[in-house]
Design a protein. Structure first.
Lengths: 249, 299
């Protein structure tokens, strides 16, 4: 197989005596969804922070698109094509939906040290933003204030922002959290549609969605990957059943 | 708009008397400084409590040039602006690394550093200040000493600063700045580091403050360390909040209201601060969106 898009090599992280990530290695290839599941407190969010760049692992290294990004800050990784969505939606509430996305487009298109021309009057920015919104079915809400969106719409906006960055890898931190059954179905459909063009690292609680979407699943328990495999392999794995699925199901 | 029209007409409808005209000049100069500050507070979400330092740098640049015999506007104003911008760039490079209360404290600390430095400049009057025996010369003329000309020059500068500031906030640059105010983490996740954008805004606000400081020195024909005192920074911050953070011209409205109120109350009673203080508290408590918000709700 080709070189993986994202390659975590033996990363570990401790907060004081608490080992939150222990020797985690996993890969995400282009065109694949690699899901990370695990019970609460397994260290999923800490792992997301290390991949996105808000935390730095104590040991081990993170390679993205063939480059060592272990010590690069969030903004630099984003420019390399690593887009993350937030578990707690982090849209800009005082901006319109369109402007939220246009800002992400702006990050990929030319310098933002431009001072005179109104950014809202740049057709390419607006066009790309509308395009991303249309993919998520949000085009009709372009002029609404992001703060006025429903929870599900904000989830969609998060994804639209990530897509507008024209990333290579989507790092999705519980994109389905808090979504109702219909919204979940919609979002699962959208994610499945995105899969061929990106690599996706999906951290998610919704087991049904994970088993429907993922090509590979890694199970994280107490900061350690106890198993990696296809959904069928994970379902059959005795350790996983004992540590995790057994408790939940 | 309405504010600018009122300022343009003011000298023609009875405000022409020397005192009230210089009062308006003072308000417009402070408005210019407050406008710069509002770029930071309202635009970038950076609350600086050291903005008077840029006033002081601008004013003292003028004083030093005056002492050296240089009073040409073509030299004085650019030097004042550049000096204040440089100071803001250097102190901003440190201050921008912090956020929230720490940012307020660091800007306050830099402001006080500038204050005590000015007070120790014995060659330029130290604590007692420095009296200018003439205003800056414009193309060799004494045009700036003409009250009417000065009034309309200030108005023109104010309008210019407002127009430029508005364009700035609507531009790509301004969009990143405003987004970083709303959610810096989101802005970083998109691929922007907010620091250079904020530092540039801080420097621009400083430059505008330097211009205002040099103009204030011209208006009062006297410069003292009190130009830089933290109370002045507090006044400026209050003007911005009084006027309303939402729009750039809120700062101009705030400066006008502040200066006129101060003057009116001082005429009414020597204990005017007893009224002024609680009034400011009430505004901060109940006037969300400042005076501008009040006007817009009515309108």
């Amino acid at each position: 197989m080709a070189e993986p898009l994202l390659d975590l090599r033996h990363i570990s992280k401790a907060f004081g005596a608490l080992q939150v990530t222990q020797d985690v290695s996993l890969q995400v290839h282009r065109g694949e969804i690699h899901a990370v599941i695990g019970p609460n407190g397994a260290g999923k969010t800490t792992l997301v922070h290390q991949v996105s760049g808000t935390l730095t692992p104590d040991t081990g290294s993170i390679h993205f698109a063939g480059q060592d990004v272990t010590r690069l800050p969030l903004a630099r990784r984003a420019r390399l094509g690593l887009a993350r969505s937030f578990q707690i939606t982090a849209v800009l509430p005082g901006f319109s939906v369109l402007e939220n996305v246009a800002l992400a487009v702006q990050a990929r298109r030319g310098s933002s040290f431009r001072f005179w021309r109104p950014a809202a009057a740049e057709p390419p920015l607006t066009a790309c933003a509308l395009d991303a919104l249309a993919q998520l079915g949000l085009a009709g809400r372009a002029e609404a204030l992001a703060g006025d969106l429903s929870h599900g719409e904000r989830r969609q906006l998060e994804l639209a922002i990530a897509l507008a960055m024209q990333p290579r890898l989507l790092l999705l931190d519980e994109p389905l959290a808090g979504a109702g059954p219909e919204e979940t179905e919609r979002l699962v459909g959208i994610l499945a549609g995105l899969k061929p063009r990106y690599g996706i690292l999906l951290v998610e609680h919704d087991m049904q969605a994970v088993f429907a979407l993922a090509d590979r699943i890694s199970v994280l328990v107490y900061g350690q990957v106890i198993a990696t495999g296809t959904p069928a392999e994970i379902r059959a794995n005795a350790d996983v059943r004992a540590a995790y699925l057994g408790e939940d199901h | 708009m309405a504010i600018f029209a009122a300022l343009a007409l003011a000298p023609l409808v009875g405000f022409g008397a020397g005192h009230s005209l210089s009062l308006l000049a003072r308000a417009m100069i402070l408005g210019l400084g407050a406008l710069g500050l509002n770029l930071l507070v309202g635009g970038a979400g950076l609350i600086s409590l050291g903005h008077a330092a840029s006033f002081g740098i601008g004013a003292y640049a003028l004083v030093m040039l005056d002492a050296a015999g240089q009073t040409d506007a073509g030299v004085v104003f650019p030097v004042a602006v550049l000096a204040a911008a440089l100071f803001a760039l250097l102190t901003g490079a440190v201050a921008i690394r912090t956020a929230g209360v720490n940012f307020i404290m660091i800007t306050l600390a830099f402001g006080q550093m500038a204050f005590f430095t000015a007070a120790s400049l014995s060659a330029y009057g130290g604590d007692d200040g420095y009296t200018l025996y003439g205003r800056t010369r414009l193309f060799g003329t004494r045009l700036l000493e003409n009250r009417w000309f000065f009034h309309y020059l200030l108005l023109a500068l104010l309008v210019l600063a407002w127009v430029v500031g508005r364009r700035l906030l609507a531009s790509r640059f301004g969009r990143v700045l405003r987004a970083a105010r709303e959610n810096p983490l989101r802005v970083q996740a998109i691929g922007f580091s907010p620091t250079p954008y904020r530092l540039l805004a801080y420097t621009l606000a400083g430059a505008l403050g330097g211009l205002a400081g040099a103009l204030l020195a011209n208006a009062t024909e006297f410069v003292a360390p009190s130009f830089i005192a933290w109370q002045r920074s507090g006044d400026l911050l209050f003007m911005v909040i009084l006027g309303g953070l939402g729009e750039l011209h809120g700062a101009i409205l705030g400066a006008l209201a502040f200066v006129l109120l101060e003057e009116y109350l001082a005429e009414l009673t020597p204990h005017w601060r007893l009224i002024f203080g609680p009034l400011l508290v009430l505004v901060a408590l109940y006037l969300k969106g400042g005076l501008l918000g009040l006007v817009q709700r009515r309108g």
